[in-house]
Design a protein around this ligand. Structure first.
Ligand SMILES: [Zn+2]
Length: 255
């Protein structure tokens, strides 16, 4: 079985002590490839080094809305250079976060829009963070147009999901699906078309119910796969095959 973790922050400092062991456990769990999205410009060089150091690690470069205070106007121009030179699999992580207080909405929007335009210009998918901001994200994607990508850590309604599918976007599903209280999410994942589903861990964040409160890691993608398979009453091999093919198609990964 071959899995792709479509969203893992393997470059995060939480993995500095034991990154090689984390990668070994991921491979043992069938996670052969990972998409590693960026959060801020100062960390792009480290992200590049981490992804160069092992097979199957694919960086995306971008400016995360939660790190707004670290972003400078020049970083968007730098991002263009990194995209041209490094040819990443995607632009991101970018998006809108209306949950964390103190993140200016207009500044987030300007930073997000600029990254969407870069993605369109380079024909790259976007990795989108949307927290309490799904409608605003959908409006942004419509306004810019000509985009494809994934809204990761999906938490919206079925209606919003349908709007995103029409726009050519997939939904990233991770640890939250393993919690019984995530009723709306579990209902959606049980019935949604498999062609729009990507598996992710968002490690080191968003631990599944089996490792509640602990550091998450890419090997835990197997727990996400198990939960999705159980909810859909489908063999886990079928879910693995379909979601791996989805990730390969979206990000242009080797299979
Ligand atoms: Zn993330």
């Amino acid at each position: 079985m071959e899995l792709v973790d479509s969203h893992c922050h393997l470059d995060a400092p939480e993995f500095d002590r034991d990154r090689a062991a984390v990668l070994d456990r991921a491979r043992a769990a069938g996670v052969r490839q990972q998409v590693v999205p960026a959060v801020e410009a100062a960390e792009w060089p480290k992200l590049r080094e981490v992804c160069r150091a092992a097979d199957g690690l694919h960086p995306a470069y971008g400016l995360h809305p939660m790190y707004l205070a670290a972003h400078r106007p020049g970083h968007l121009e730098d991002l263009r250079g990194w995209i041209e030179r490094e040819r990443p699999v995607a632009v991101g992580e970018c998006g809108l976060d209306y949950y964390v207080e103190g993140l200016d909405h207009a500044a987030q929007q300007a930073c997000f829009d600029a990254q969407l335009r870069l993605a369109r210009e380079f024909g790259l998918p976007v990795i989108v963070h949307a927290r309490r901001a799904v409608d605003a994200v959908i409006a942004s994607l419509r306004r810019v147009g000509g985009l494809r990508g994934v809204v990761h850590s999906w938490s919206g309604s079925e209606e919003q999901a349908g709007q995103l599918w029409k726009l050519g976007f997939l939904l990233g599903i991770g640890g939250p699906i393993t919690y019984e209280r995530a009723r709306r999410l579990r209902r959606l994942v049980a019935t949604m078309p498999l062609e729009y589903l990507l598996l992710e861990t968002d490690a080191p964040d968003q631990p599944d119910a089996g490792i509640r409160g602990q550091r998450n890691e890419p090997a835990r993608l197997a727990a996400v796969l198990d939960a999705v398979a159980a909810l859909r009453r489908q063999p886990r091999e079928d879910i693995a095959r379909a979601t791996t093919a989805n990730a390969a198609r979206l990000f242009g990964l080797p299979l």
